[in-house]
Design a protein around this ligand. Structure first.
Ligand code: SF4
Length: 234
């Protein structure tokens, strides 16, 4: 039954023209991949042109770097792609940015048009762990004013019973510490009972992951993934 509903959702997403109909310059053809029984959902920003051609999220260089990180957390790329769920804040290619370098960041209007799809994906798949990849995805659950430096290397658990007080995990001196936190979230109603771990965008265009201090933050994020990852024998 769940699979049927997810199949229906996938059909709707593939056929969707909401952004075009609203006058936004996107290339239709939603890119996502995954099964209803996935325990991990990875949410990126939006597909790039190579992802559209291959119909595969994080297909090219960004995928290589992403799966290097996930590999350090113990996940094999082929297995992860086959068993987990990969999607994005907006699911169609937004085209190049104004300066021609990199892809355009989807507008707030486009994000709002696509949000119901994301919320339905989370509800139907019901993942135990959500990995937010890149600033736009991170802003789904973290306050927009927080910088990447402040969130990469932390994790959050949203207890089902106390959504208003999610638990923020952080590593300090190698110890896992917890503290209550108040997250203003765009999708908090869909986060209950889930761990959330943010990662930076793995695009080669981003220099952030190359800085030594940020490499340490990414290492902490990978440690978080190891700590909170769901069992693999599901
Ligand atoms: S980005 Fe989302 S809402 Fe916009 S056309 Fe694609 S699937 Fe539809």
């Amino acid at each position: 039954m769940i699979e049927d509903s997810l199949t229906q959702l996938h059909t709707e997403m593939r056929a969707c023209r909401r952004c075009l109909d609203a006058g936004h310059a996107i290339m239709p053809g939603a890119v996502f991949r995954g099964q209803a029984d996935a325990r991990i959902m990875l949410i990126g920003q939006a597909p790039g042109v190579t992802e559209v051609a291959a119909k595969r999220p994080f297909n090219a260089g960004s995928g290589k770097r992403l799966f290097q990180w996930l590999g350090q957390a113990g996940w094999d790329e082929t297995d992860f792609r086959a068993r987990q769920y990969m999607t994005a804040v907006t699911k169609c290619y937004p085209g190049k940015g104004k300066n021609g370098k990199g892809d355009r960041v989807p507008s707030k209007a486009e994000q709002a048009l696509c949000r119901p799809f994301l919320e339905r994906e989370i509800t139907l798949v019901n993942p135990r762990l959500i990995i937010l990849v890149g600033g736009l995805a991170i802003k789904l659950l973290y306050p927009a004013k927080l910088r990447l430096n402040e969130v990469v290397g932390t994790a959050v658990y949203f207890p089902p019973e106390t959504l208003a007080n999610p638990v923020n995990f952080n590593f300090q001196d190698g110890q896992l510490i917890t503290a209550q936190t108040n997250l203003q979230s765009l999708i908090s109603n869909h986060a209950a009972g889930r761990f959330v771990v943010p990662l930076p965008h793995p695009s080669g265009a981003s220099l952030w992951p190359n800085k030594p201090e940020n490499k340490k933050r990414i290492a902490r994020a990978i440690k978080m993934l190891v700590t909170v990852q769901p069992p693999t024998d599901f």
